[in-house]
Ligand binder design. Structure first.
Ligand SMILES: CC1=C(CCC(=O)O)c2cc3nc(cc4[nH]c(cc5[nH]c(cc1n2)c(C)c5CCC(=O)O)c(CCC(=O)O)c4C)C(CCC(=O)O)=C3C
Ligand SMILES: [Fe+2]
Length: 348
């Protein structure tokens, strides 16, 4: 049974001042098929909020709450924090862990659902950071995705009920980050979202609901998951709906994609259409959610076989330069992701 001596919280990262915005976006979009105008448009979203994303502060709050929870109930493990795209960068954190003599860490990733972006890409980030640090880098075991855990569903349902209390009888629009169709095809993303939406709706008293998407990126001709929240609002208006509750179950905190794309953009569209709209909160540091993280950590630290739906070859990367053409993953193979010969993975 492995012995763990730390927890690593791994997240997306976000800029904290205006000068951070462009270098942060360059990090996110390195090697990506995203047009420059889209990048500049998203930069404006950040500038509009003073160049600061709330996501890092939300990670700090999550870690503080988890610290208190672990101090009270164990296991007593130090918590480290690293990001994919902005400081504290994962590689620096990995180096610090090595210096501190950490040998094996449990990794909590701040994404509830599986997809290349939220699963495999983080595993690649970890491997790259470990290689950069060298021999002393800790082994890292990631916890499973938690889309259907009671500690995630419960707080989402509670937040949805709170929003529905403000606009009783509303139609519910659950939202999640759109991803390219090709990325959706190679992961359980949509099925996991459908399951979470169903469970949250059941626990919130069975409102009428739909699952829609937000924050679409990429080139316009490339197929991404839809409908987009803005289209969905138009459709709701056309079919006679008077009020909507938008519940971003795709995310765990009210970060930039939530406050810009929903509280600013979707709210404005609803206003133009004369639709009443309330946005439900994300789970954030809800005590039940923090308790869930502790339980997943404790289960792994105790060496219990943790049902981990992620195989060695899960959530493979779409291929660069081919408009997200599929990869040849080999199901049930214990080997790392295979890439069609002659094509290169987007990350090397
Ligand atoms: C599935 C998924 C999640 C949910 C799971 C998870 O939480 O990880 C997520 C979260 C987030 N996405 C975020 C920000 C951005 N995502 C972008 C672009 C992209 N996201 C994608 C997917 C996802 N993204 C994809 C397929 C792209 C296209 C480029 C690529 O193939 O990678 C871009 C580029 C500009 C643009 O939007 O075009 C930005 C700035 C932030 C930080 C917000 C803040 O700063 O507060 C967070 C938490
Ligand atoms: Fe996965």
């Amino acid at each position: 049974m492995p012995h763990y001596d730390a927890i690593l919280v791994l997240s997306f990262g976000g800029p904290e001042k205006p000068e951070d915005v462009m270098p942060f976006l360059e990090n996110v979009l390195r090697g990506r098929n995203v047009p420059r105008p889209r990048l500049l448009q998203v930069a404006e979203h950040y500038y509009q909020f003073g160049g600061r994303s709330p996501i890092n502060d939300q990670c700090r709050a999550l870690i503080a709450a988890l610290r208190t929870e672990l101090d009270a109930h164990g296991p007593q493990l130090p918590i480290y924090w690293g990001n994919r795209n902005w400081h504290p960068m994962l590689e620096d954190t990995m180096r610090q862990m090595a210096e501190d003599g950490i040998q094996r860490a449990i990794v909590f990733i701040t994404s509830a659902y599986s997809s290349y972006s939220a699963c495999r890409q983080y595993m690649e980030d970890i491997e790259r950071a470990r290689q950069a640090v060298g021999d002393k880098a800790p082994l890292c075991d990631k916890l499973r995705h938690f889309n259907n855990q009671p500690g995630f569903i419960g707080p989402n349902a509670e937040n949805l009920r709170t929003a529905l209390d403000q606009l009783p009888g509303s139609r519910v629009l659950f939202t999640a980050h759109s991803i390219p169709m090709e990325m959706a095809r190679t992961s359980k993303y949509v099925a996991q979202l459908e399951e979470a939406a169903r469970l949250v709706a059941e626990q919130a008293g069975n409102p009428d609901y739909r699952l829609v998407y937000q924050s679409r990126s990429g080139a316009p001709h490339q197929p991404w998951l839809g409908p987009d929240i803005l289209e969905a609002l138009n459709e709701e208006k056309a079919s006679g709906t008077e009020s909507v509750v938008v519940a971003p179950i795709g995310f765990i905190s009210d970060h930039m994609e939530v406050i810009y794309d929903l509280d600013y953009e979707a709210k404005a569209r609803a206003g133009e259409l004369g639709l009443k709209m309330v946005r439900a909160a994300t789970v954030g540091t809800h005590p039940q959610f923090i308790g869930m993280i502790r339980e997943l950590v404790a289960e792994r630290a105790a060496g219990l076989p943790s049902a981990d739906p992620c195989r060695q070859d899960c959530c493979p990367a779409p291929i660069r330069g081919s408009g997200f053409t599929a990869i040849s993953a080999t199901p049930n193979s214990a080997e790392p992701t295979q890439v069609e010969s002659g094509k290169r993975p987007r990350h090397e």
